[in-house]
Design a protein around this ligand. Sequence first.
Ligand SMILES: Cc1ncc(C[n+]2csc(CCOP(=O)(O)OP(=O)(O)O)c2C)c(N)n1
Length: 792
Amino acid sequence: MTTVAERQIGLLGDGEVAQLDAWWRANNYLTIGQIYLQGNPLLRRPLEPGDIKPRLLGHWGTSPGLSFVYAHVSRLIRLTGQQAIYLAGPGHGGPALVAAGYLEGTYSEIYPAVSQDEEGVLRLFRQFSSPGGIPSHVSVTTPGSIHEGGELGYVLVHAFGSVMDNPDLLAVAVVGDGEAETGPLEGSWKGVSFLNPARDGAVLPVLHLNGAKIAGPTVLGRKDPAEVRSLLEGHGYEVLEVSGEDLPGMHHRFAATLAEAWNRIRAIQAAARDGVWDGVRPRWPMIILRSPKGWTGPEKVDGIQVTGTWRSHQVPLSGVKDNPEHLAILETWLRSYRPEELFDEGGAPIGLIRSQAPEGGLRMSASPYANGGLLTRDLDIPDFRGYAVDVRAPGVVYAESTRKLGELLRDVYVGNPDRFRLFCPDETNSNRLGAVFEVSDRAFAERVTAEDVAIGRDGRVMEVLSEHNCHGWLEGYTLTGRHGMFATYEAFAMVSASQTVQHGKWLQESKRLPWRAVVPSLNVLLTSTAWRNDHNGFSHQGPGLIQVVLTQRGDVARVYLPPDANCLLSVADHCLRSRSYINLIVIDKQPQLQYLTIEEAVEHCAAGAGIWDWAGTDDGTADPDIVLACAGDVVTMETVAAARILRERLPKFRVRVVNVVDLMTLPRQKDHPHGMSGIRFTELFTDTVDVVFAFHGYPGAVHQLVHGRPDADRFRVRGFIEEGTTTTPFDMVVRNRVSRYHLVMDAINNAKRLPQGAAELKAWCERKLAEHEAYVVEHLEDLPEIRDWSLA
Ligand SMILES: Cc1ncc(C[n+]2csc(CCOP(=O)(O)OP(=O)(O)O)c2C)c(N)n1
């Protein structure tokens, strides 16, 4: 990287002001053109109503602030060679970022039809916010973006995730003041408490206090500036401020402030990298930019103030096609940027503007960091078979399955010191993944005391009590090409469920764009599940994320419910190697019965679902009397136990046990790429026999999945029906009517052929349930025959 004196970066010569100003004017012009124009793109003649789009869509208000910052960061890159990416928190300022990519040439390189001439400018305008075109937000289609900014609140989490283990990267993250009111954003300032200046890159937050959101003032915009400063200083930042609207004064002041911030970052990093860091968490710089919303736009419209107010948020001039006065204001506004000076005869940006762009991949719109698949290197994963539980017979050995995964992840850490991280809201040990601490501490940049265990500056296990931070950091980490896993309590995955949805949309969209290199999958491990949160009560019982992921498109959504440790290892290995999916893995952390040898597990997981001959009484010669199906560890145990009861007490009753690991094998092939063939479905579930399906999550999910399969109504699904409290493990399955006794009764009630003794067995089940109820109230734990149950 070039060494440039602070004075040189911070001081703008006259030529540089002209250059910055021209670039910014061109960007503003192109932004407004995208919102308004469908013809006459460079105003080579007077504006006419026919030049105006029929539907005026887009956001002007935030855009000039976004492009102002962009212009200055580009200049910094040119002077210093700094690798930087740009994240626009108010992503609704999409046209400004699209315009930036266009002015840097990247847009035309990726989308040649949007050429560097008048025709290309027209295409740029016409495609924006129009059918078959590009969305109004900074989206997957926007070169240089890893952050859509549609659902506000995540700009800093993405920025922090992107710089972890990327020591050369600077992530400039513009935070909207409306966005700053969201819970996730407020929690995300804490990212600095987890950065290591020697090993990680830097985030430069630019809090853009333009004072307004869609329809009113913002909290931070109206607060006493001293309070805002205290708030951010309290988070650990060195706060630099720039305010005003005067030009070129704002250019001078912003350039000086940006230079100060960058030099401060470089000094922090140099100290840490030269080994002279005292270990105290650095006070990273950030910038507060106060500039008017809709800066440089029409001051007043119809006598009402627009610039500097919420009225400039979207389209400050409406009804332009039919309102000659508004048409005239628009023309004056567009001409105020002097387009004839900015674009040459052919319509290409003039050399002065083009020379503002950094070289090649240093252009923020072309940064490989923002197209992370280009930088992805496969994980070095040891053979997962080496971590297997020794299963000599099914249903005999108990083991903590996630502990085995923890051992595998430990060795993934060892093999990939620069490209794998585990993200977890303070539960790594609780989730039995603590083996990772044998090789890495938790990352922590705040004060460490003698009482702390496995916490330190060099740690790379990310623990912060914020599902939003964990999820968002992992997104930023994977979108810049690295791999990871987010492990969380099942119930609280709902805290960040919306992020899961948004990331799924991003992945889905990116598959349509050949220039977007595929990135590693987002792996989410849900553990401490509903069925074993009996000690924590109803608040901790919620398997809702499965439901959420099921609704996502088949090209991105994957849900796995490994029943035991060996299946978990096989599934985890598959997910860690995969690309561009949301992989949801659900398995509890408590000691649980183990069923399959590692080789059987590999085969079972590859098939996604299979008949467990050893569990049932179905000899395969004819259709069984009933199919007992299961997906999920605890309900699998109940199913295997139910099958055992039926075998012992109704030996002539033919029971088939089917276990489903990959939930997405259930839908039809046309509904999901993992869907099993009709022939295979019939082999497992028959076409006519009733299926009692014990499911880990909400029963409706299975009904949704088997929709369209032969006689789907024969699926009787038991699952979590929102019955929960502080109780025993078995009482949880009883309360939700998915216990072994309920399954036996369901099997009897739904079988077409009933052997003798069925009525007596049902009565026996009722007695067992009554016995259970009385026992747990009296002894505060489950019956020994339940607690210690196995197939031994
Ligand atoms: C989570 C979320 N809630 C609501 C919205 C709707 N919305 C879009 S823009 C906006 C105002 C944003 O204000 P600010 O962050 O200050 O951005 P700017 O003023 O720069 O446009 C709102 C509420 C959203 N996009 N995301």
